[in-house]
Every structure is written in structure tokens, then in C-alpha cells.
Design a protein around this ligand. Structure first.
Ligand code: SAM
Length: 234
């Protein structure tokens, strides 16, 4: 049994993602049966309608969320932030000739290196669960958003009752085995399953967003509730 507490440490998380970076995209696609791309693309429909958007993607990893959004004509520029050098290195390769321009920064989502009210949209996909302090991260998101801005968070959640036993079986038994086999890192995919089960469920996370100062939160359930998109307005 692994100790989830150990992963509340930023250095441990950084090392974990540095270790699996090379295979991260491929394993994601296998474990999600290819749904991960659609979950990221779904954020397009929640972007504000105006043009000239400045977008910040927290825990950007290998840049897949940026890649899913960047062609949208409303976006003027994008910044991706992550603590893992190896994940960012892969993002850099993918996004080097990007239009609109993408800036990638090594940095912490709990202390975002950007000014107050400096962007229109903050996205965070499968990242919040991996930070050591979700409430602090949400208040940082709120701080960097302009009035009229929106935060779009994608996180795993536990699905509706009828689907839950099957999903839990998959999470507890199949996912750690397949993840360990493909990544050669048993701990990383055991951590994935435990972190999903332990993390805030949609109502709780929605309350945390309101406490962080967002005025309204809309929940969008994807794939039977396996994933939830949180649309939080300033
Ligand atoms: C599961 S990956 C998600 C990557 C990407 N957003 C995606 O959609 O595939 C989680 C990422 O969160 C990053 N991360 C974890 N804690 C962080 C923190 N405090 N600040 C910035 N990035 C963090 C990790 O380095 C990793 O790249």
C-alpha cells in the first residue's frame, strides 16, 4: 500500500512526473480509451465569446490542453505553467512553432508567477488533484483572473451510482496494472487511482470554488461522471 501523504509534497510530485514524462501522453490515451482528447477539447465550448483572450494553463504538463485550445480564434496568447522540467520539455517541442504564441514557465500553481487580474481564462486539467493545497490553488486562480474571467478545471470524479462499482473495479485493479506495465512505474499509477478516490467530489469542489471568491460555478459531467468540468465565473 502506498502512502498518499507522501505525494502531498511538491518535490515528490515533480519527480513522479519527471519519471513518467516520456510515456505520459501515450499511457493517458490507453487508460482513458482515447477519451482524454475529447475531455480537453470540450473546454472550447466554455471559453468566453469575446476575442483577444489571454489564457493561462496551470499544471500544463506536456501541453496537451494548450494544444486542444490554441487554434481557437478568440485566443490571443497562452501561458503554460508546470513544476516538472521533463513534462515542460516535451510541451516545448510540441508547441515551439505555435500560433498564437505560447509561453511555457517552470513554476508553482500555488504561487503563480503572474500579476493580479492579468488573464481572462485559467485552465487546469488533471492538475488540481496533484497539488498539495487545492484551496490555495483556487484562490491563486481567482487572483490572476480579470473581472469577467473564467476558470475551467477538468478533474476526475466518481460516476453515478450504477456505474460506480464498475469504475471502482477498473480504478483499483485494471488501471494500476496496465499503468505499471506501460510506464514501468508501479507507484505512479497506484497513486493515480488513490488520488482520484480521495479527491473532492463535484459538490465539495464547487463549494471550495465559491469560498475562493468565484461568483458562480457550473458543473459539466463527462462520460457518465468519470470526469467533471468546473466552469467558475469571477
Ligand atoms: C496529470 S498531469 C496533467 C498534465 C496536463 N494538464 C494534461 O492535461 O495532460 C499533472 C501535472 O501537474 C503538474 N503539477 C503538479 N503540482 C503542480 C504545482 N504545484 N504547480 C504546477 N504544476 C504542478 C505535474 O508536474 C504534471 O505535469
Amino acid at each position: 500500500m502506498i502512502d498518499l501523504q507522501k505525494f502531498k509534497n511538491r518535490q515528490t510530485i515533480r519527480e513522479l512526473f519527471n519519471a513518467i514524462a516520456d510515456r505520459y501522453d501515450f499511457i493517458n490515451t490507453v487508460l482513458s480509451f482515447g477519451r482524454d482528447k475529447a475531455w480537453r477539447r470540450s473546454l472550447l465550448r466554455y471559453l468566453p465569446k469575446r476575442r483577444g483572450l489571454k489564457v493561462v494553463d496551470l499544471a500544463t504538463g506536456t501541453g496537451e490542453q494548450i494544444r486542444a485550445l490554441k487554434k481557437d480564434g478568440r485566443i490571443e496568447n497562452m501561458i503554460g505553467i508546470d513544476i516538472s522540467e521533463k513534462m515542460l520539455e516535451l510541451a516545448r517541442k510540441k508547441l515551439q512553432h505555435s500560433m498564437p504564441p505560447v509561453h511555457l514557465l517552470l513554476g508553482n500553481a500555488l504561487r503563480i508567477p503572474l500579476e493580479d487580474a492579468s488573464c481572462d481564462v485559467v485552465t487546469m486539467t488533471f492538475g488540481l488533484r496533484n497539488t498539495s493545497d487545492a484551496a490555495k490553488c483556487l484562490s491563486e486562480m481567482r487572483r490572476i483572473l480579470k473581472p469577467g474571467g473564467v476558470s475551467l478545471i477538468v478533474e476526475f470524479s466518481l460516476p453515478a451510482q450504477w456505474l460506480r462499482p464498475f469504475h471502482l473495479f477498473y480504478l483499483r485493479h485494471a488501471l494500476p496494472q496496465v499503468g505499471a506495465f506501460l510506464s514501468k512505474n508501479r507507484e505512479a499509477y497506484r497513486y493515480l487511482n488513490l488520488s482520484i478516490e480521495e479527491f473532492f467530489q463535484p459538490r465539495e469542489l464547487s463549494d471550495l470554488l465559491m469560498k475562493a471568491g468565484f461568483k458562480e460555478v457550473r458543473l459539466h459531467s463527462k462520460t457518465g461522471g468519470i470526469v467533471t468540468v468546473y466552469e467558475a465565473m469571477t
